[in-house]
Design a protein around this ligand. Structure first.
Ligand code: NAD
Length: 443
């Protein structure tokens, strides 16, 4: 007797969760590999276009739906992949396409990641979701749990995870090239509110006919449209929509720190900066995390310090040679036997230079992050950057943003209880209220 399987049943049959790992029986895996993967995309311009270009360059992928709230922003996607049906509302797209969708890529502004990704997970779809995985700590936990329950293959869009530079950097740390790690400094030149140029809400303006502003706002509190300060790209500065410099770059730059040291949830976090208001993220900030130690760290705990907005760690810490400066962004690992600087998207460097003059790094490969996800979907496996990993990484990043909003207070973090036991104001900021009709998980 044979049983007809729907597309989704077929593609998810190999992904039952057992002991936290995805399973793919060998026979099914080879059958599955012959299948096309039907992918729908939410947000198709900006980074969304980079995502769909890379996902679509995999020979198994066929796009079945393009969704964007701005009808003027389909042009590049249409040129690259003509004939794919358009939608403005991801809820309508998922409902209409139903079982013909296997996987969904989410590239909206941060405040809508959790909504779109959760809707896809609840339909049993595999999900690729841009970084930071979510806008809040609670949402990151919610997606991690939902992905585990769905037993699908997920991945966050911090593509440098698969880049040879980060792969080599993490490997050198794990192979003990600089010994056990005593401290880490991470930084980026960007500031949390440099994109829109505004710190207060500007005067309302008429919404252009190509943009569905109600859908763009989605689960955030409604506010009037204004040009240039929100859509596209400049939404980053606003607490309601974006995640500041730490949220924008933390899931990139902390990624090799988490992978190399196998960091889990921080024990405490504290942020310092010049101040902000209720609307935008702070300017230059320093966020100090203390994590439990691991087999790759020197002590029972390890301090990881984040800086942005032009702040950098003291140059002398790295033992750079005269005339050499720290890169514009990246991480400095201080080891018991040397230091490693991992620039943001450049090859790792070891210091002091004389000590490592004869060191030859091992060969390391460069992977296509998007294809890693597609291949894992087809094989019924999970990737190293699935939501089981990206969830806790994003929780730590967004916890840093919570600390920034209550600046100067050392927050204790109870990861198991998802709470900040020593600060009720910070505890409330782990989650947010959603606009009526946009409660998380409702669509
Ligand atoms: N991985 C990276 O290197 C990288 C780089 C840039 C941006 N990003 C991430 O990608 C995401 C998008 O950033 P961006 O700079 O491309 O922003 P953007 O504003 O330039 O583009 C977002 C696109 O999504 C559309 N959109 C907005 N809300 C939508 C909704 N609810 N449903 C469907 N479409 C919607 C917009 O019209 C636009 O086309 C963010 O999460 C950002 O953090 C990642």
């Amino acid at each position: 007797m044979t049983t007809r399987l729907s597309r989704r049943q077929f593609l998810s049959r190999g992904t039952a969760v057992a002991g936290g790992a995805l399973l793919a029986p060998a026979l099914l895996r080879s059958e599955t590999k012959k299948q096309q993967l039907h992918v729908a995309c939410v947000g198709v311009n900006g980074m969304g276009f980079a995502d769909l270009s890379n996902i679509g360059s995999h020979p198994a992928v066929k796009f079945v739906g393009f969704c964007d709230v701005d009808s003027d922003r389909f042009d590049r996607a249409d040129e690259a992949f003509p004939g794919v049906p358009h939608f403005a509302d991801y809820r309508e797209m998922l409902a209409e396409l139903g079982d013909t969708v296997d996987a969904v890529s989410v590239s909206t502004p941060d405040h809508m990641h959790a909504h779109a990704a959760l809707a896809a997970l609840e339909q049993g779809n595999h999900v690729y979701c841009q970084k930071p995985l979510t806008r809040t700590v609670e949402e990151a936990r919610r997606l991690q749990v939902a992905a585990e329950e769905a037993g699908v293959t997920t991945q966050m869009g911090n593509q440098i995870h698969s880049h040879v530079a980060y792969r080599l950097g993490t490997r050198l740390i794990r192979e003990g090239v600089i010994g056990k790690v005593k401290e880490v400094h991470s930084w980026v030149g960007v500031s949390g509110r440099q994109h829109s140029g505004a710190t207060e809400r500007p005067d309302p303006a008429e919404v252009p006919s190509n943009l569905d502003w109600d859908l763009w706002i989605g689960g955030a509190p409604m506010r009037p449209y204004a040009p240039k300060v929100y859509h596209p790209f400049t939404w980053r500065d606003w607490q309601d929509f974006g995640s500041g410099a730490l949220g924008d770059f933390g899931c990139h730059i902390f990624d090799p720190v988490f992978t190399a040291l196998e960091l889990t949830a921080p024990v405490t976090v504290k942020a310092e900066h010049d101040g902000t208001n209720d609307e935008v993220w702070p300017g230059p900030e320093t966020v100090t995390y203390v994590f439990p130690g691991t087999e790759y760290t020197a002590g029972d705990q390890i301090t990881v310090i984040w800086r942005d907005g032009g702040l950098k760690p003291p140059r002398d810490l790295a033992q750079l040679p005269d005339g050499e400066e720290l890169p514009g962004g990246g991480s400095l690992f201080i080891g018991e036997e040397g230091n490693l600087v991992l620039p943001h998207v450049d090859m790792p460097k070891l210091y002091p230079v004389e000590k490592f003059a004869d060191f030859t790094p091992p060969e390391e490969s460069n992977l296509n992050h998007w294809h890693v996800w597609v291949d894992a979907v087809l094989a019924g496996e999970r990737t190293s950057d699935g939501f089981h990993y990206a969830g806790p990484l994003t929780e730590a990043v967004q916890l840093g943003n919570v600390a920034a909003l209550v600046r100067g207070r050392e927050l204790e973090w109870d990861a198991a209880g998802l709470r900040v036991p020593n600060n009720s104001e910070a505890d409330a900021l782990l989650r947010r209220e959603y606009r009526e009709g946009w409660e998380l998980g409702s669509a």
